[in-house]
Structures are given as C-alpha cells and as structure tokens.
Design a protein around this ligand. Structure first.
Ligand SMILES: [Zn+2]
Length: 131
C-alpha cells in the first residue's frame, strides 16, 4: 500500500528529529500532500495511526494540507490548475510541452513537540491530606 510506505517514511523522519531534539513526544505533524501525489488522505491518516503505535509519535495528530496541481505551458507561458486526473495539455495553444509546477509534494511542513508543560503534574510524594 502506497500510503503505508508514506506513513512509515513520515514517522521515521519525525522519530529521527525527535531523537536529535530530545523531544518527549509529538503532538501534531503537518504534511503537504500534492493533488497528484497519489495519496488518499483518509487512507494515509489510517496508516499514520498504525505507523505511530509504539513510537514517540504515538497519539500524534496528522494535519494534511492538499496542494493543488499546477502546470505551466512552455511555449505560451499559460499556467492552470491541472485537476485530477491531471490535464496536462495547454488549452490555449494545445501544446503538451508543459511543466508541472506543483502537485507532487509529499513533505512534512511542521512538527509540534510535546513539552514538559504538557505532561500531567507529578503526584506530590509524601504529602497527606491528614493533619
Ligand atoms: Zn500554451
């Protein structure tokens, strides 16, 4: 499954960053997903949750942002939204010499670490309600 390998790759990258930063946990991971990247958001969310289990990312929220496909025509310079499935022929000059400007993204845009302040307060030791 494509989404599972994407999820594992995201988890792997965030885990490495967590180790490098000495982070306690991860609250939220933001990713940009190109319209043409072939990733189904619902499926990725499901796989992400599975991939996070037992790692420092356990319980982290995945925030996905869709990036629309954009193409530009080399001969005439027109740019347009490709849609999905992508329309890669220029409607103005009918050239197929087009360049994909965006829409294949699959990148982590932000990671929110959990900090000490998010942890539940430690139970006071050796204190009694009795006087
Ligand atoms: Zn054109």
């Amino acid at each position: 499954m494509h989404e599972m390998s994407v999820a594992l790759s995201v988890v792997d990258q965030v885990e490495q960053a967590a180790r490098a930063n000495g982070a306690q946990g991860v609250r939220q991971v933001g990713v940009d997903i190109g319209e043409l990247a072939g990733v189904v958001p619902d499926s990725l969310a499901f796989c992400f949750e599975l991939a996070c289990a037992g790692t420092v990312l356990e319980g982290a929220r995945l925030v996905m942002r869709s990036v629309p496909g954009r193409a530009s025509c080399q001969p005439c310079g027109r740019t347009w939204d490709t849609g999905m499935p992508p329309d890669l022929v220029c409607a103005q000059c009918h050239s197929a010499a087009t360049e994909l400007l965006s829409g294949r993204e699959l990148r982590i845009t932000e990671v929110q670490w959990t900090t000490e302040a998010d942890a539940p307060p430690p139970t006071p030791a050796g204190r009694s309600e009795e006087n």
